[in-house]
Write a protein that binds this ligand. Structure first.
Ligand SMILES: Cc1ncc(COP(=O)(O)O)c(C=O)c1O
Ligand SMILES: N[C@@H](CCCC[NH3+])C(=O)O
Length: 421
């Protein structure tokens, strides 16, 4: 058993659905991202089941994985999208997303991004500050349009997750302090080029308990009542993303557990006719992907054993950035007689922070293939070309078939647009 039900051992070889990962490594080389189409569908289904019979719009937080094949899969399943840039807007529009299901988040929206989103006709802008509200009002007025607006409030709740991915505390840069929101809503509703449509928050990522969501919801519901008393009606309540996945042995919060509790509160408050918007990213894609890498060298020093692999922090930044844990599975199970040792799995980049896993017990030899698990979210999307390393290819497995959904970057492409003086 691995952390992902769609990546399993068959006759001692790790498979993505029906395809041996050894085959994909031979065919496309390493490092290589491999996604399971079924995993995307199953993750979506858990949200669809939770939403059934309720007025819920699920907008995929596409920063987690923005490959067009992934976006198109979710579009066909009925997803909306949570975007944070003009670039993400261009990507989702390229797969034919319905703009009426797109919410635009982010603390630093530029005027050109606002114009593009107004042209597209997005469902709403999640506005995160008063200066942003003023800019949006001006841009919309210049275009002769009315911009649909939600304020992203910062409810000051502890999401009980890694500090770098917690976003709903008052010291975070995100959102408008909840106590300031009534005044900002009053301003927004007085601006003729804006239309207040919703209320938004997003408290953090990799959340495994329901209580932080409910703490935030309680504060939002008080605010909804205050707004009603100001004569400001909202159509939807956006609770953001944040549901965690299993990287190792986490107990998980399911979309249905979350929505059941949310609706219990909404019913109590007689607010269950509000549309609920969710912005899940990681929980839709995180365990739908692995990063395949090959052991280049085994290096034994006085202090450590290193497995130097061909993937690096430029391909998967999460360990370096957050000290994140990703399981490491040998793609071919070693012989029982093989001697296991404790290894740090590191990349070839000239940074001590270039590591993928630390102190793992593995029986390794040069040339072995490893799968870095749970690499479907914030993995390829955070990859760079540091050290002039081409970003890996991405392959989507579908049963026993597989498709390259992004080829490996060619070396020449990495500097093709640069000019010497
Ligand atoms: C505004 C917003 N919405 C949605 C998401 C998606 O979050 P997650 O991947 O934790 O579901 C994020 C990232 O944390 C975000 O910043
Ligand atoms: N990139 C982060 C999560 C941040 C989410 C973006 N708001 C991660 O890999 O866990």
């Amino acid at each position: 058993m691995t952390v992902s039900p769609h990546f399993n051992f068959k006759q001692g070889v790790l498979h993505a659905e029906g395809v041996p990962l050894t085959l994909l490594a031979d065919e496309f080389g390493t490092p290589l991202y491999v996604y399971s189409r079924q995993a995307l569908n199953d993750a979506w289904q858990s949200y669809a089941d939770a939403a059934a019979g309720r007025n819920v719009l699920v907008c995929f937080g596409m920063k987690a994985n923005s490959n067009l094949a992934v976006l198109n899969e979710f579009r066909k399943l009925g997803a909306g999208f949570d975007i944070v840039s003009g670039g993400e807007l261009a990507r989702v529009m390229a797969v034919g997303a319905d703009p009426a299901k797109i919410v635009f988040s982010g603390v630093g929206k530029q005027a050109w991004e606002m114009r593009a989103a107004l042209d597209a006709g997005v469902k709403c802008f999640n506005v995160e500050s008063e200066p942003e509200l003023e800019r949006l009002a001006q841009v919309a007025a210049e275009m002769g349009k009315v911009a649909p607006v939600s304020l992203r409030v910062n409810p000051d709740v502890d999401a009980q997750t890694h500090p770098y991915i917690s976003t709903g505390l008052k010291e975070n840069k995100f959102g408008i302090a909840i106590q300031d929101a009534p005044a900002v809503y009053a301003r927004a509703s007085a601006m003729p080029s804006l239309k207040v449509v919703g209320l938004d928050c997003h408290i953090g990522s990799q959340i495994t308990q329901v209580s932080p969501y409910l703490d935030a919801l309680d504060k939002l519901l008080v605010l909804v009542r205050t707004l009603q008393s100001q004569g400001i009606a909202i159509e939807h309540l956006d609770l953001g993303g944040g549901i965690g996945i299993r990287y190792t042995d986490e107990t998980l919060l399911s979309p249905s557990a979350l929505l059941n509790q949310v609706y219990a509160r909404l019913h109590q408050e007689q607010l269950s006719d509000l549309q609920i918007v969710l912005e899940p990213g990681r929980s839709l894609v995180g365990n739908a992907g692995v990063l395949l890498t090959r052991v280049e060298y085994l290096k034994h020093t006085e202090a450590r054993n290193f497995a130097i692999v061909d993937a690096a922090m430029n391909d998967l930044l999460r360990p370096t950035l957050y000290d994140a844990w990703h399981d490491v599975e040998p793609v071919q199970q070693p012989a029982e007689s093989a001697q296991a040792q404790t290894y740090d799995v590191v990349g070839p980049i000239c940074e001590s922070g270039d590591w993928l896993a630390k102190a793992r017990t593995l029986a390794l030899k040069q040339g072995d293939l490893l799968a870095i698990m749970s690499a479907g979210a914030y993995a390829f999307t955070m990859a760079s070309q540091y050290n002039t390393r081409p970003r890996p290819a991405e392959v989507m497995v579908d049963g026993t078939a597989f498709h390259v959904v992004r080829p490996r970057e060619a070396l020449a492409d990495l500097f093709a647009s640069e000019r010497t003086l």
